[in-house]
Design a protein. Sequence first.
Length: 319
Amino acid sequence: MTTASVVDEEKAAFWSGAVSRTLVPVEVLPLTGRPFDGLVESHRLGYVRISTLEADAARLSRTADLIARAPGAEPQVGVGLQVSGRAVLEQDGRRAEVLPGGLVLYDTARPYAVDYPERFRTHLFHLPRRLLGVPERDLRHAAGAAVGAMDGCGPVLAPFLGVLAASADSLPAAVGDRLAGNVADLVSALVVQLADGRTADEPDDPHGGLVRRVREYIDHRLGDPELTPERIARAHHISVRYLHRLFEHEGVTVSRLIQQRRLEACARELGRRGRTVPTVSAVAQRWGFVNPAHFSRSFRAAYGVSPREWRALEPDDPG
């Protein structure tokens, strides 16, 4: 979609509508005095939406009002790969400048704005937040942050996303489904990297390091049906009572956290499309659920549908 054949006075509104239909509803404010010029190209790779935006200087805003107008929309996580020009993202009171080759991460469920102070080209990758399998706290720490082309996982993730954006329209569906899973895993790694960086910048918490170690211990052993608070306490040389006290400050019990993380892992795996699809019971067992009936009840309580119904859901397609 391009503004090339649109009359000058309608170009900005046309491009704003194209971006809103393709990604999520946003307001677009051109930053030049001349007729606006822009294009949007978009492809679907499994459950990942890949869009390329090229346009004159502009400000894109996702306001609280726009979010409230679509309360049923599935929350998406977006990653921007800057190709040319600069981008300045603001979300949750944070401000991050992105130069060509850099990455920025944002959450579409909360307001944000992006300034492109000069003509720009960027690749945007949107995928359902539920498929990342990262804690809400980590996502809040990571949103509104940027990674340079040579920082952290930038040298791995940026070239991969660039090649993917260039070839998405030519990939067979089965290949696209598998690559979408790779995108989700890499974006999850990006969230962890950014969240760890934010946590390191926060004031010291005498219990924070232990809580993080316990969380990592749990995440690495979700498939073990014998994972219990007693076992976790022994592994960290603390009492079960002290373990529970640590997580009182987190607002969740240890047993509930284990179940929540297992359910997130199951939901992520069941939500992925692919030629080889494991059974619901196989997925449940892989992530530590030994009782199928208990798994189904817990899954429905958490997500409002059964595991089989979840698998049958089609990804939201705002475009």
